[in-house]
Design a protein around this ligand. Structure first.
Ligand code: LLP
Length: 427
């Protein structure tokens, strides 16, 4: 469920017509719904309430300070994956005790900052990393709490570029050798193995991988406790899928059904790191048609959002629903099925101004006839949209607006050309 809806044939975010936001702030523009963010966070909190989980919002999905602060104010901790994300989490007011730090390449400097801020856990991904954490902690006279991030070697479950729990990817410790590894650090004065971590991949549209993951985790927790490790927490990562096409995603309760019993059995604190589930459908990308053209037997809609604003279609061939912000009276608002052949529509490629053939938001998509100046909404753009944006082709990053009922706040201004060159040094 989200709070984007067509009222009198005009797209609204909560109470505000999206066209008014585009008029005021320009395009391309990310528009977020505060009510949707909260609704999705609450769904996860409710589904897992029985085991009182720590929900660490995965800020790689959308690290806007205002948005992260909103999550923190509503009970979330943060999942970070770099010093930069740690900086954001702390700046957004997140207590170090609610921050977990994943990633295969943590530097000594990042480890030090994390220890200075007494983060809850490092999710450790290699022996080298564990030793580095131990050394930094020793130099600081501290003991670091770590969770072993394990690659559970499950069957493929999502896109090859985002599946993190199949054999042969860079993530996690090999499940076959993790016990030998853990034995080496039992009783270590500067690293305490206190938990297990697993992030299965993203986005996942079935509960089955979580069932299998938890099953493997329980066996391991038992064995690691046998070696003297505390194993207080089980972190099942993020990965809960969302509706990109229609109603294909599961409710949070479906994941809770397979995770909660295992957590109770293990007597662990549950940690989750959802990102997309919370923010994905809480954001749309609004763009304006610049030109249309026909070439090589194809119809192109050239609009002002590009792969530098939303790279998911280019990178993963991802499907995002797209529809005019104010469709003509003869058109549905919105269509029941965005992939159907809707009478009166035209098959087109929705492309941006970037100089790459891979710069598109949709291919071969049935859309109402469009003309210069029309506004389009690309839905489900709240996660991994702005977060993966770039300045490629000298394009400034889009602005971001947060809507709360009939109020809208600019939470990131559009970049300027001056911003583009600011870090460069004149020599
Ligand atoms: N925890 C860890 C350790 C992760 O690596 C990730 C995502 C998450 C949590 C959050 O997963 P989520 O709940 O958002 O599914 N750029 C890709 C997705 C990459 C996911 C990276 N890791 C996309 O746009 O689909």
């Amino acid at each position: 469920m989200d709070h984007f809806s067509y009222k009198n044939r005009v797209l609204h975010c909560e109470e505000i017509p999206v066209a008014a936001l585009a008029e005021k702030h320009g395009t391309p523009l990310f528009v977020y719904s505060r009510a949707t963010l909260l609704h999705h966070l609450r769904q996860i909190q409710q589904a897992f309430i029985e085991v009182e989980p720590l929900i660490c919002f995965s800020i790689k999905t959308n690290g806007n300070l205002h948005l992260v602060r909103f999550m923190v104010e509503h009970g979330a901790g943060c999942d970070v994956t770099s010093g930069g994300e740690l900086y954001r989490a702390l700046k957004a007011g997140c207590n170090g005790g609610k921050i977990v730090f994943a990633g295969v390449g943590k530097t000594d400097a990042e480890i030090r900052t994390a220890l200075e801020n007494d983060i809850l856990l490092f999710n450790v991904e290699s022996e080298g990393e564990l030793m580095a954490i131990a050394e930094v902690a020793k130099a600081m006279g501290k003991a670091a709490n770590v969770a072993l991030r394990v690659n559970p070697d499950l069957p493929p479950k999502t896109h090859i570029k985002t599946d993190t729990s199949v054999k042969g990817v860079k993530f996690g410790l090999d499940i076959d050798t993790v016990q030998e590894f853990a034995l080496k650090v039992a009783g270590h004065p500067h690293v305490k193995v206190v938990g297990l971590h697993m992030h299965l991949g993203s986005p996942i549209l079935s509960a089955e991988p979580y069932r299998q993951g938890v099953e493997k985790a329980l066996i391991l927790i038992d064995k690691l406790r046998g070696q003297g490790h505390r194993m207080d927490s089980l972190n099942m990562g993020g990965g809960f899928g969302i509706h990109y096409r229609k109603q294909e995603a599961l409710p949070a309760s479906a994941f809770a059904e397979v995770i909660v019993p295992g957590v109770k059995k293990a007597g662990c604190k549950l940690i989750l790191e959802p990102g997309r589930f919370i923010v994905g459908n809480a954001g749309v990308l609004v763009s304006r048609v610049i030109y249309t053209k026909d070439s090589g037997g194809k119809h192109f809609v050239i609009q002002d959002a590009a792969m530098n604003d939303l790279i998911r279609p280019t990178l993963y061939d991802s499907f995002h629903r797209i529809w005019p912000v104010a469709p003509a009276a003869t058109m549905p608002a919105p269509p029941a099925d965005y992939e159907a052949d809707i009478p009166g529509t035209v098959k087109c490629d929705v492309v941006g101004p970037v100089c790459e053939s891979g710069d598109f938001l949709a291919k071969n998509r049935a859309l109402p006839p469009l003309k210069r100046g029309d506004l389009l909404a690309t839905f489900s753009a709240g996660a991994y949209g702005m977060a993966m944006s770039s300045n490629y082709n000298g394009r400034v990053r889009a602005a971001e607006v947060m809507v709360d009922g009939s109020d809208a706040k600019l939470i990131r201004r559009r970049e300027t050309y001056e911003d583009l060159v600011r870090p460069e040094v004149e020599v």
